[in-house]
Write a protein that binds this ligand. Structure first.
Ligand code: GLU
Length: 304
């Protein structure tokens, strides 16, 4: 398979395609990102990297970080986590408060904001220095020290994070948040503010391609069972309330973020990451979604 040619062709085709998406404006700092950024990277289990466009530029990974948070929390407390967070698709926008009241403060899944906030609460209860340890964990998965929080993005989210604050308060009232509300929000905004390149994202997600083992040093990070479950959660809940369309059209577990990144995992062969900041109505990258759909069609690598 000539992955480089496939990626180059897709990059050329979609660079000039009509982009009906809109950049996320509710986090003012994200508005500053040039809307025409566009990168694709594919990283294989054989340690080969294929990239096109802006694939070595840093992007705000936003909700993609929720996968790292879940992985670290499962490492810390294991199955107990599922008593406080569900595993069902929400069918509602990622920041919807509606279900949370009906379901008594137990978020539907770890990838909606409420779920990620509970996961952050778990990390705070179990780690000595949550921010430092979280960053080190992401660096380890990526095999790179060059990964940082963006404090400007943190400040921007804090300033306008009224809905996230509402989520934590509601869950605190239902006793599903144990720590101080501001501490939980602070960790949450930090993990969302991490900046990585498409290539770094693909590389760091390879443990989910490789049954929980880091390919570069063969260290087991999570069990096979946990790796499968995280892939299953991504498949069912990783693309907001468009996860069904993503399963239909792309056919891989994946996770998106409002920074315009999407990571998709083939649980045997590769990770592929796209970045294009303009989002469709569901909050997923408009062009990224199309590129991934065409990529799995050409390579016949949907898992279904
Ligand atoms: N930090 C963003 C928020 O809390 C993450 C949203 C996302 O990427 O889905 O709204």
């Amino acid at each position: 398979m000539d992955y480089q040619k496939i990626i180059d062709d897709l990059h050329l085709k979609y660079k000039n395609a009509v982009n009906k998406g809109k950049i996320a404006t509710y986090i003012p700092e994200l508005k500053k990102v040039p809307a025409d950024k566009f990168g694709i990277n594919l990283f294989t289990l054989q340690n080969q990297s294929f990239g096109a466009g802006d694939y070595q530029e840093k992007l705000s990974i936003q909700s993609i970080s929720k996968v790292y948070a879940l992985t670290l929390a499962l490492k810390e407390i294991g199955e107990k986590l599922w008593k406080r967070v569900g595993v069902e698709p929400s069918g509602d926008p990622f920041n919807s408060l509606v279900q949370l009241e009906f379901e008594k403060g137990i978020p539907r899944n770890p990838f909606i904001n409420a779920g990620a906030l509970v996961v952050c609460d778990i990390l705070i209860s179990n780690l000595k220095s949550p921010k430092v340890e979280f960053l080190n964990f992401v660096r380890k998965l990526t095999n790179s020290k060059d990964i940082y929080f963006n404090e400007k993005v943190v400040a921007s989210e804090k300033k306008y994070g009224f809905v996230n604050a509402a989520h934590v308060n509601l869950m605190k009232a239902f006793k599903n948040i144990k720590n101080d509300i501001d501490v939980v929000l602070d960790l949450y905004y930090h993990i969302c503010s991490i900046e990585m390149t498409c290539e770094e994202l693909s590389r760091s997600f390879l443990i989910f391609t490789n049954d929980g083992i880091l390919p570069y040093n063969k260290e087991r990070i999570i069990s096979l069972s946990v790796s499968k479950r995280i892939n299953a959660s991504m498949q069912l809940c990783g693309l907001y309330d468009e996860a069904g369309q993503f399963a239909f059209k792309v056919g891989l577990p994946g996770k998106s973020g409002v920074g315009g990144g999407i990571v998709a995992i083939h649980p045997d062969l590769y990770c592929i990451t796209t970045w294009s900041p303009k989002l469709n109505k569901k909050g997923n990258s408009y062009i990224g979604f199309k590129v991934l759909e065409e990529f799995t069609t050409i390579t016949q690598s949907s898992i279904f």
